[in-house]
Write a protein that binds this ligand. Structure first.
Ligand code: GAL
Length: 340
C-alpha cells in the first residue's frame, strides 16, 4: 500500500487543492476539493487495469460541474422537501436548489468546499468543520471521512459530531462504469432489498416503502440494469430511470453487487447505513466534458449509501437527527473483484 500527494490547483477563492493517490490492488485518487473520489482503477478478469468511475482530469472540471461526480455529499444527502424541517419544534429553512427541494447540502455543500487533509499509513483522512447555520443547518458540525485502502477494498469511514441538534446524512456520489466507458445499461445489479421508496412528482418519498416484488425495482436476483428501465412503470417515468432509495435488508454482506459482463469487473458494496440511492445517471446530458469526453446520460450509475431522503420530514423513517451527546458513525466499503 502506497500513498502520494501532489498539488492540484487553486479554487477561485484562492484555496490550494491537492490530489492524493492510494495504491494497492486497486489505485484510488481522491481530492480534498469536495472530498472527491476522482478516479478508481481496478483490474479486469485478465488483470488489465482500467478506470471504473466518471471524472475529470482537473479540479476545474469539478468546480464547474453540477453533477456531484465522486463528491462527498453533506450535510444532508439527497432531498429535503421544500427546504425546510423542524427540530424540537424549531423551524429551519434551507436553500431550495432543486425545484422546491433542498438537494445534497445546498448551494455550497460539502462537495464544493476544501477539506483539511491528513495522509495516514493506509489512507487519507479529510476533515471539515461547517459552522452553525452554514447553508441553513443548525449546529457546528465537525465531520471527518477516512478513506482506507486494503488490497481490493476502499473503506470509507464517516464520523461527525455537533454542538447543537442538527440533521446529518453523509454519502459519496461516485458514478461507476465498470467498462470504463459507454452506457451502464448492460451492467448486472444485485441489491439485497425487498422494498424501495416510491416518490411523488418532486422526487420526494411518499412516506411508505413498496415491495419490489413483481416490479422493475426487483434486483434480488442479479439483473441487467437496462432490462426493464423502459417498462413504463410510473416510478421509472418519474425518475427518468432508476433514482430511488432502496431499504437494505441488512442481513447479508455485501448488500449490493454490480458486474460488467465483458470485463468481468465486479463491485461489491457493504454499508452500515439503512439505504442506498440507486441512480442511473438520468440527468447527465453530455454538457460536462470528462476525462474521456462528454459525460452522457446513463454513462455511470451511483450507489449512494444513505439514510432515507427527506427523513427530517418523514416520521416513519429512521431519524437523522444528531445531538451533541451523540456521534454519527457510519461505514461503506467498496470491493473490486472479477467474475469469470
Ligand atoms: C442523485 C439524486 C438525483 C440527482 C443526482 C445529481 O443523488 O438522486 O435525483 O439529483 O443526485 O444530479
Amino acid at each position: 500500500m502506497e500513498t502520494t500527494s501532489e498539488p492540484w490547483g487553486i479554487t477561485p477563492s484562492g484555496e490550494r487543492v491537492k490530489l492524493f493517490t492510494l495504491s494497492d490492488e486497486i489505485t484510488v485518487k481522491i481530492s480534498n476539493y469536495g472530498g472527491t473520489i476522482v478516479s478508481i482503477q481496478a483490474p479486469d478478469r485478465s488483470g488489465r487495469m482500467g478506470e471504473v468511475t466518471l471524472g475529470f482530469n482537473t479540479v476545474d472540471g469539478y468546480i464547474n460541474s453540477d453533477f456531484y461526480l465522486g463528491a462527498t455529499i453533506g450535510r444532508y444527502a439527497n432531498r429535503i422537501a421544500n427546504g425546510e424541517f423542524y427540530i424540537d419544534g424549531e423551524a429551519y429553512k434551507l436553500a431550495q436548489n432543486n425545484g422546491p427541494n433542498h438537494l445534497h447540502g445546498g448551494i455550497k455543500g460539502y462537495d464544493k468546499v476544501v477539506w483539511d487533509a491528513e495522509l495516514l499509513e493506509s489512507g487519507l483522512r479529510l476533515s471539515y468543520r461547517s459552522t452553525d447555520m452554514e447553508e441553513g443547518y443548525p449546529g457546528t458540525l465537525e465531520a471527518s471521512i477516512t478513506f482506507t485502502l486494503r488490497e481490493d477494498r476502499l473503506e470509507v469511514d464517516y464520523l461527525a459530531v455537533t454542538d447543537n441538534p442538527t440533521v446529518v446524512n453523509l454519502t459519496n456520489h461516485a458514478y461507476f462504469n465498470l467498462a470504463g466507458g459507454g452506457s451502464v445499461l448492460r451492467h448486472r445489479l444485485w441489491i439485497d432489498s425487498d422494498r424501495y421508496s416510491p416518490v411523488g412528482e418532486n422526487m420526494i418519498p411518499l412516506g411508505k416503502h413498496d415491495v419490489v416484488e413483481g416490479t422493475p425495482f426487483d434486483f434480488r436476483e442479479a439483473t441487467e440494469v437496462g432490462g426493464r428501465i423502459n417498462d413504463g412503470h410510473v416510478q421509472l417515468e418519474r425518475g427518468g430511470g432508476y433514482d430511488h432509495n432502496y431499504v437494505l435488508n441488512q442481513i447479508s454482506n455485501p448488500q449490493i453487487r454490480v458486474t460488467e459482463p465483458e470485463s468481468g469487473r465486479t463491485l461489491e458494496v457493504s454499508t452500515t447505513m439503512p439505504g442506498v440511492q440507486f441512480y442511473t445517471g438520468n440527468f447527465l446530458d453530455g454538457s460536462d466534458k470528462g476525462r474521456n469526453g462528454p459525460i452522457n446520460r446513463r454513462s455511470g450509475l451511483c450507489l449512494e449509501t444513505q439514510f432515507f431522503p427527506d427523513s427530517p420530514n418523514q416520521p416513519d423513517f429512521p431519524s437523522t437527527i444528531l445531538r451533541p451527546c451523540e456521534k454519527y458513525i457510519e461505514k461503506t466499503v467498496y470491493r473490486f473483484t472479477t467474475e469469470s
